[in-house]
Design a protein around this ligand. Sequence first.
Ligand code: HDE
Length: 704
Amino acid sequence: MKDKKTIGNVGHSKGKTSSPAIGESHRGTGDELHQIAGREHPQLTTNQGIAVPDNQNSLRANTRGPTLLEDFILREKIMHFDHERIPERIVHARGTGVHGFFELTDSLQQYTTAKLLTETGEKTPVFVRFSTVAGGAGSVDTPRDVRGFAVKFYTKEGNWDLVSNNIPVFFIQDAIKFPDLIHAVKMEPDRGFPQSATAHDTFWDFISLTPESMHMVMWIMSDRTIPRSLRMIEGFGVHSFRLVNQAGESTFVKFHWRPKLGLQSTVWDEAIKIAGADPDFHRRDMFEAIEAGNFPEWEFGVQLFTQEEADKFPFDHLDATKLIPEELVPLRVIGRLVLDRWPNNFFAETEQVAFCPANIVPGIDFSNDPLLQGRLFSYLDTQLSRLGSPNFHQIPINAPKCPFANNQRDGHMQMMQPAGRVAYEPNTLSGTSPRETPASGFRSARVSEAGDKGRIRAESFADHYSQARQFYLSQSAPEQTHIASALVFELSKVDHRHVREAMIGHLRHIEEDLAKRVAAGLALEPLPEAPAAAAPVQKLQPSPALQIIGKMKDTLMGRAIGILIADGSDGAAIEKIVKAAKDAGATVKIVAPKVGGAKLADGSMLAADGQLAGTPSVLFDAVAVILSEQGAKELTRESAAADFVHNAFGHLKAIAVDSGGRELLKTATVGQDAGIVDANDTKAFIAAAKTRQWEREPLVRIVP
Ligand code: HDE
């Protein structure tokens, strides 16, 4: 619905206004906002509740005179505006938040007292914030980067924050390295670029000196870091946690999120182009899915294991650079997460939400993972500087939905007004003040600690290459190629030759063939020496669960088809594809040279969802091109049309064409293969659209 405001000195309506102040303020010199008959607008006031008579003109000494300092309405409005921004997150600044619920389907009663993990059928409200890590709040959605997947469960026993990523391991083993890692990846401090990119000298310099990051390097160079949609990423709690049962016994646990839509990524060239075509690609995708009622869903899985089992693992599970292969400890699915409500206000919720891994409920506990231990301090501290007050827990998005009470008082922006004279415990003066509850309160797992204090790292943390190798060897051939290509791309942006050489040295420990491919891609000869390894590289069994292609779903659910049309296109052919795509669960968008649409062969007008120049094929999973002979001829003068098909082909997508469409392919020098199908054969098109044409890749890109 358009806002029918008349702004400016023209067209002053004499319509009825429900705000007497506005009517009275009209002095014929300023703009006027008019009410639409029948609408009840609340009165515009200052923050002190004073009705504002005129929101268009500041108070002046005379018609063309100076503005008066006494204009409290102007000063209050500008003061508030000047302070609208709060410091953005030092990492994970760019985020997308959604409300939803978690529902338990399988009770973990035997392992934990946490009600949210024992009461099946119970729906716990959640707020989830997805994020990129390196870029600022205004950066694009599709850089090569880890995605944050932070979940706040508002449980009956308090808030539990599972602050996860879409990669199950991390760069470093000890929290003390985190500021160095982040300084290395962020914009270089002298020049202030690059924004949101690992492809620069300082990042790779640090990484090349940090062998423990090699496993994570394999993951970030894989297509995991260029997801197609936030609805198609996995989530991992990364660290081992503990579940604690009634008897105080604990079991180790790793937490996993698995998307119902399956995993899917973009290809790198596509991700770069999406950044220009739609910087908000992921946020928009999530918003549109929620609006359309296509609520994204994840399975919640746990890997449970005992200390005795952990002692037999060929790695230390307290080391956050290691994962536990599902083949070793199977995943048990115990619930589902559904996201079904977009926030009312981005700032109030997505920006002000404050996650903290230390927010934990009775029945769950921490492990000794040194990275987790450091995180337990960092998040509370960072919230204080971002939100500016120790009372940030009172902001609605952060407040528990269960009752909470204690004797903490006062501080900036205190919203509560606790009554009574008692603000301490124990006391005899109040019969209603909050008291500790030994029986039901949070209890740490019974664990005994012994040993010498020191800045020491366990020997069991020394193996930096075995799981990196296992990850690489677990990938399908196209995925291995993408890892090699990504390394070539990134290291090609590194000016210092010795840094490139050092990285190739590490790759030789991971897999000699990978090192050779990347060195060839960089034209780097001779092959640099591998550095000394702190522990021998083990030959671990490949784990297919680590693939993306293996976890793609054979579906068009959650995916988008773009149909390029122009004047003269065949309406019936368009309709046929629209129907087939929608029946298969896809959303469909019509793209035409003009946004008003195109006049079809039968003279009818078909409105477009996007104009060709602003709606390139990178925004779709597969495309169709339905053109008349004349339409095809005209589009040969439009490079955006050639790019549309050329890029769809280069990004390994299925393309359905009629005879006009085929003409456009010719102009764009697009070849023929199994992914180019006749528009009439919708069955073949839908089948091809569900995947990418991997065998096409060596024909469209020189791969290392
Ligand atoms: Fe974070 N991290 N992190 N991190 N992290 C933050 O907290 C930090 C780590 C993760 O959507 C900050 O509120 C340290 C691992 C997510 O608001 C900060 C270490 C994992 C989010 C912080 C890590 C994460 C953050 C910045 C190493 C995956 C976004 C703003 C010890 C399990 C949450 C903020 C949101 C945010 C510190 C490592 C995930 C500075 C010190 C490992 C998803 O506190």
